[in-house]
Design a protein around this ligand. Structure first.
Ligand code: FAD
Length: 416
C-alpha cells in the first residue's frame, strides 16, 4: 500500500497517466454575461456560487486578475467567530458562522472547519467591562459566549501567563465555543468547484481595467482579455475596491492598509484554541500542521504593496512571548501581508452603488474571512433581486451620508 502511494504520488508529480482532474474549468471569457463578479477571492466565489444555487443565475463570470484565493483569502489567519457587539453586525456574522457549520457538506469539499473556540483576552478593568457588555449583547442575540475569569483561564490555558505582574496582566476573557478556524484555500477551492459545476465561468489571469456605463447604469467591464458586457457587475476586490470603484467614478470611504501574519516552524500540538488580544494587537492559534499562526494589527500607512514593516511584527511577537513565555525560542518560518480595506466604522459596505447595476462588497478590513459564505449569500440576493437582503440592508454605502454608522471597532479590534 505504501509503495503504491509513493508511486502514485510520483506519477502524478511527473504527470504520467491521467493525473488528478482539475477542480474547475478554465474557459475563455464570453462576450457577455448576466452577471460579472470582479475578484476571485472567497467572497466573489461565494457570491457566484449562491447566484447559481439560490437564484438560478448561472450565466456568471468571476474575473480574477491573479489566481483564485491569491488575495486576502489565501493570506489570512482563518479565524471564524460571530461575537460582534451590535445587532446588525452580529446577525450578519452569525449567518456566516451558521453557513460555515454546514459548508463542507454543502460543497461536498472538506473546508476543515474546526470549532475549537475563540478567546478574546481583557487586560484592564475597562476592557473587561467592554468584554462583559459584548458577551451579554451576544447572548441576547442568541449567540454563544461566556465570560471567563483569570483563574479559569489559567486552568483552560495552562501555557498562558496570567500573572498579575506581567506587562499585559490578563484579567479574564470572553469565550465563543462555536468560533474556530477553517482552511482558507479549501474554502476558495470548494466554492470555486461548486460554482463551476453550476455553470459559472471562473477566469483567472483576467484583470479588470475599466468599467463602461451607459445612461447611468453599468454596461460592462474592460479586461486584459477583452471587453465583457454585463448589466450586473459586483466589485468584490477587498484592498483594491476603491481602485475599481473609481473606474466608474464612485468614491468609497475605504482605506487600504497592509496587514501582516506569520507562521512558526511546526511543533507538536500545544494550543488547541484561538487566543486574541485587542489591547496588545496580537493573536495566535496552532494550525493542523503544527505551525503557530500569529497575526498583528494593521500597518498604519496606506498602500497596495503586499508587505509590511518589521516594527509591527516585532511588536506582535513581543506581546505573544509575554503572554506565552513557552514560545520564546520558537523560530518563525514565513511572513507575509495582504491588503485590507478598512472603513471608518469597521463594518463592510454591501449593496448597489449610485451607478445602477454596479454593486460593491468591500470594507471587511481585517476580518472578512469569517464572513465569506455570509457575505456571498447576501450579495447574491442583492444582485439577483435588486433589493438588499435584510442582513445587509444596514451596510449600504449611504450610511456614510446619513450617519447611521454601525461602529464595530471594539469587536473588530486588532482584527477578526
Ligand atoms: C494577514 C491577514 C490576516 C487576516 N486574518 C483574518 C482572520 O483571521 N479572520 C478573518 O475573518 N479575516 C481575516 N483577514 C481578512 C480576510 O482575509 C479578508 O477580509 C477576506 O479574505 C476578503 O475576502 P475577499 O474575497 O473579499 O478578498 P480577496 O481574497 O482579497 O479577493 C479579492 C480578489 O480581487 C482580485 N482583484 C483585485 N483587483 C482586481 C482587478 N482589477 N481585476 C480582477 N481581479 C482583481 C484580487 O487579485 C483578489 O484575488 C485577514 C487578512 C489578512 C491580510
Amino acid at each position: 500500500m505504501k509503495r503504491y502511494s509513493v508511486f502514485a504520488l510520483a506519477r502524478n508529480a511527473l504527470r504520467f497517466g491521467p493525473g488528478w482532474p482539475a477542480l474547475w474549468r478554465s474557459p475563455d471569457p464570453k462576450a457577455s454575461y448576466d452577471a460579472v463578479i470582479v475578484g476571485g477571492g472567497g467572497h466573489g466565489l461565494a457570491t457566484a456560487c449562491y447566484l447559481a444555487s439560490e437564484h438560478g443565475i448561472t450565466n456568471v463570470a468571476v474575473l480574477e486578475k491573479g489566481w483564485i484565493g491569491g488575495g486576502n483569502t489565501g493570506r489570512n489567519t482563518t479565524i471564524v467567530r460571530s461575537n460582534y457587539l451590535w445587532d446588525d453586525a452580529a446577525a450578519l456574522y452569525e449567518k456566516s458562522l451558521q453557513l460555515f457549520e454546514g459548508l463542507s457538506q454543502a460543497l461536498n469539499f472538506n473546508v476543515m472547519f474546526s470549532q475549537r473556540g475563540v478567546f478574546n483576552l481583557g487586560h484592564s478593568v475597562h476592557e473587561m467591562r467592554d468584554i462583559a457588555r459584548r458577551v451579554n449583547a451576544n447572548r441576547l442575540n442568541g449567540i454563544d459566549g461566556r465570560l471567563v475569569g483569570a483563574d479559569e483561564l489559567a486552568r483552560l490555558l495552562p501555557i498562558l501567563n496570567v500573572s498579575a505582574r506581567g506587562r499585559y496582566p490578563v484579567l479574564g476573557a470572553s469565550f465563543q465555543p462555536r468560533g474556530g478556524v477553517a482552511r482558507h484555500d479549501a474554502v476558495a477551492w470548494g466554492l470555486a468547484r461548486a460554482a463551476d459545476a453550476r455553470g459559472v465561468d471562473i477566469i483567472q489571469n483576467c484583470e479588470v481595467t475599466g468599467i463602461r456605463r451607459e445612461r447611468g447604469r453599468v454596461a460592462g467591464v474592460e479586461t486584459t482579455r477583452g471587453y465583457i458586457r454585463a448589466r450586473k457587475v459586483g466589485l468584490v476586490a477587498a484592498g483594491h475596491s476603491s481602485v475599481l470603484a473609481s473606474m466608474a467614478d464612485v468614491r468609497l470611504p475605504i482605506e487600504s492598509h497592509p496587514l501582516q501574519a506569520l507562521v512558526s516552524e511546526p511543533m507538536k500540538p500545544v494550543l488547541d484554541t484561538v487566543v486574541m488580544s485587542n489591547a496588545v494587537h496580537a493573536y495566535i492559534s496552532q494550525s493542523d500542521k503544527g505551525e503557530l499562526v500569529v497575526g498583528a494589527g494593521i500597518d498604519s500607512w496606506n498602500g497596495y504593496g503586499q508587505r509590511g514593516s518589521f516594527g509591527t511584527v516585532e511588536g506582535a511577537l513581543a506581546a505573544i512571548v509575554e503572554m506565552f513565555p513557552i514560545f520564546s525560542r520558537v523560530r518563525m518560518l514565513r511572513h507575509w501581508a495582504g491588503i485590507v480595506d478598512t472603513t471608518p466604522d469597521a463594518c463592510p459596505i454591501i449593496g448597489e452603488t449610485p451607478v445602477r447595476g454596479l454593486f460593491v462588497n468591500c470594507g471587511w478590513g481585517t476580518g472578512g474571512f469569517k464572513a465569506t459564505p455570509g457575505s456571498g449569500w447576501v450579495l447574491a440576493h442583492t444582485m439577483a433581486t435588486g433589493e438588499p437582503h435584510p442582513l445587509n440592508a444596514p451596510f449600504a454605502l449611504n450610511r456614510f451620508v446619513t450617519g447611521r454608522l454601525v461602529d464595530e471597532h471594539g469587536a473588530a479590534g486588532v482584527a477578526h
